[in-house]
Design a protein around this ligand. Sequence first.
Ligand SMILES: NC(=O)c1ccc[n+]([C@@H]2O[C@H](COP(=O)([O-])OP(=O)(O)OC[C@H]3O[C@@H](n4cnc5c(N)ncnc54)[C@H](OP(=O)(O)O)[C@@H]3O)[C@@H](O)[C@H]2O)c1
Length: 357
Amino acid sequence: MTGPAGPGRSGRPTLAVVGATGAIGTVMLQILSQRADVWGEIRLIASPRSAGRKLAVRGEEIEVLALTEEAFDGVDVALFDVPDEVAGRWAPVAAARGAVVVDNSGAFRMDPDVPLVVPEVNPHAVRTRPRGIVANPNCTTLSMIVALGALHAGFGLRELVVSSYQAVSGAGHAGVRTLREQLSLVAGTELGTSPGDVRRAVGDNTGPFPEPVALNVVPWAGSLREDGWSSEEMKVRDESRKILGLPTLPVAVTCVRVPVVTTHSLTVHARFENEVTVDRAREILATAPGVVLFDNPAAGEFPTPADVVGTDPTWVGRVRRALDDPTALELFVCGDNLRKGAALNTVQIAELVAVER
Ligand SMILES: NC(=O)c1ccc[n+]([C@@H]2O[C@H](COP(=O)([O-])OP(=O)(O)OC[C@H]3O[C@@H](n4cnc5c(N)ncnc54)[C@H](OP(=O)(O)O)[C@@H]3O)[C@@H](O)[C@H]2O)c1
């Protein structure tokens, strides 16, 4: 028997976590163990490679099942944390068997029949899901959008200019492994002083990144799209527009990978309808659900990944009015890409679905 509902849980919805063994899946199980428990049975699913492994959730050891059609029997909500092509094939299968799918991959995000939901920004969208699938935004968009949604509600957003500083766990377990291996090769050396010395030390296998990521920054995330844009940059633009309901919002974005394990950071230049004040922006951010304003540079206080990792909110600091445009704000935003950037937002969406029942 796998994943019994347990005492006191009968009558509650059954949840499946597909991709339970991955970077996001691992954080998902921690979050499900920490939040108020609304679920009956929790079923864990991964590739046949992982079938039979046991993973802990809510203090119970549960055996991982291989992904099959039958694995979705009796499932009310299925969370998908698997590569795009696996989600593209299997999410419709789960939906056809009666589950509401909340998908973390990029397979359905821009499908007009699939809502793209951030519970603090557009919770109403979850109810219109003709395909039985709800999409979770990508981690870079999610790391800033809760703060931007609040500012948009207050000021009316007109334009975004964004640069990301993205953690390696955004590329899954393989990204983390690569950074750790490279760090062990460069630790205690004098590398980083002549062209190519870091590259020679870490070798040709740079994992999921096109360049060494230790002692480096890499202006690339994802795959090549038209005119030199990266897929990650297109996601930030397209997904921000969809979530905020601003289909023509001008968005300029450059995505950069940095040697941080977990927590994406972004600099944001946001232009609004009318003149803004820092005081009003700070009021909005200080009271927005899911946002922490941490902004006192005189005391050396601003968010950094080293402090934000492992926390749930979107952290905002360095709030300034643009020097040359009284309608624009400059911000520095940090969010844990595995928590709010992926697993937490997915669980929050699933909880919205659970209370519909
Ligand atoms: N990392 C992030 O910050 C982030 C943020 C937002 C969204 N996402 C998206 O979330 C998804 C998962 O990402 P991740 O970073 O967790 O990846 P990951 O660490 O590589 O984990 C992938 C998961 O998918 C499972 N899987 C792979 N192929 C499968 C197959 N053919 N059938 C069944 N299960 C299969 C793996 O199971 P095995 O262990 O058995 O191989 C594993 O559980 C991706 O679509 C990613 O783009 C990631």
